[in-house]
Design a protein around this ligand. Structure first.
Ligand code: CA
Ligand code: CA
Length: 320
């Protein structure tokens, strides 16, 4: 029998009501804007990383010169998940990400992967049209480069256990990871640290290069459709992603090599727990079969993804 249901929409906080606490941090005292049940599908509206303050009529330079308040990386939330408790894993199955007809890329002085390595630049703003599934990136001389869209959620995380954390910072709770694999068709697993999990998300990108080198991607507002689920008593230490073809771990640290080491260490643990590998077998196996992705080197901690194809793995002993 077909069950009819309407997907519930979690609306983004109206611009005038955006608050630093609720929208620019993930924390245990933040006030939930919605409650969902495990198994429920929801649509979540999100602002772009500047709360849509940077627009064609108001480039970043003007925003900064006029002192227009910037809501850095606002998230929609927190969303309370019924029954979620510390020690559980929250499962977010990303179903769809809507894409508008335009996105923005900026250079913010003082922020970027090559800060100090390139000549200082004034604030820069570039809008790119998005049409027929492609971002039309226009060079300053007018030539156009079409880049196929590959939308994903740049910032998605849960409340840490005690202290609130800025939505600019990635970590064990998720947050500003800027991992292109957090995209439709994939599942994200996040460690729950507080009752209700307190999920927040925003900072959607139409497409991003590995490293997000200048500090921004094709930044867009969006509506994200996702199914929320819960695995009780499943302790994971860092975010994990599962695609139809790969399992992936996501770790953030500085220096960058620590993020790499953490991501591989987590992948070793996953192979031990779910596939019955002995530790040093997993270590050697990943040495011959793993892939890694530099997600971003612009945020307060850098983010690395370590992955391995499912086709190479033996049958899992558990759901993991
Ligand atoms: Ca980001
Ligand atoms: Ca961004």
């Amino acid at each position: 029998m077909e069950v009819e249901y309407t997907i519930r929409r979690v609306r983004k906080t109206p611009f005038e009501e955006l608050s630093f606490t609720n929208n620019c941090t993930l924390g245990p005292l933040n006030k939930p804007v919605a409650t969902v049940k495990p198994g429920e599908v929801i649509e979540v509206e999100t602002w772009d990383c500047f709360a849509n303050v940077v627009k064609p009529t108001q480039p970043l330079k003007e925003v900064l010169e006029r002192g227009v308040p910037l809501h850095d990386n606002p998230v929609t939330g927190p969303i309370h998940v019924e029954g979620a408790e510390a020690g559980d894993a929250l499962v977010i199955e990303i179903i769809d990400i809507s894409i508008p007809d335009m996105g923005v890329t900026t250079v913010v002085p003082g922020f970027g992967g090559l800060e100090g390595w390139l000549q200082a630049s004034p604030p820069l703003t570039k809008f790119s049209k998005i049409r027929d599934g492609k971002v039309v990136y226009t060079l300053n001389d007018g030539r156009e480069i079409e880049i196929p869209v590959k939308p994903f959620i740049g910032t998605i995380g849960l409340s840490p256990s005690s202290e609130a954390i800025s939505t600019i910072t990635p970590g064990k709770h998720g947050g500003n990871m800027d991992v292109p694999d957090i995209c439709p068709g994939n599942r994200l697993y996040l460690p729950v640290a507080v009752k209700g999990a307190l999920l927040g998300l925003g900072d959607v990108h139409a497409v991003q290069g590995d490293g997000e080198i200048c500090g921004t991607a094709i930044e867009i507002p969006s509506v994200v459709t996702m199914k929320i689920d819960l695995i009780k008593n499943k302790r994971i230490d860092w975010p994990r992603i599962e695609s139809p073809n790969e399992i992936m771990t996501v770790c953030s640290a500085r220096p960058l090599e620590d993020a790499v080491r953490l991501a591989f260490l987590e992948l070793i643990k996953w192979l031990e727990d779910a596939y019955g590998f002995e530790r040093y077998d997993a270590y050697m196996f990943l040495s011959v079969a793993a892939k890694a992705r530099l997600a971003q080197i612009v945020d307060p901690l850098f983010t690395v993804v370590a992955k391995v194809p499912k086709t190479l793995l033996p049958r899992a002993l558990t759901r993991w």
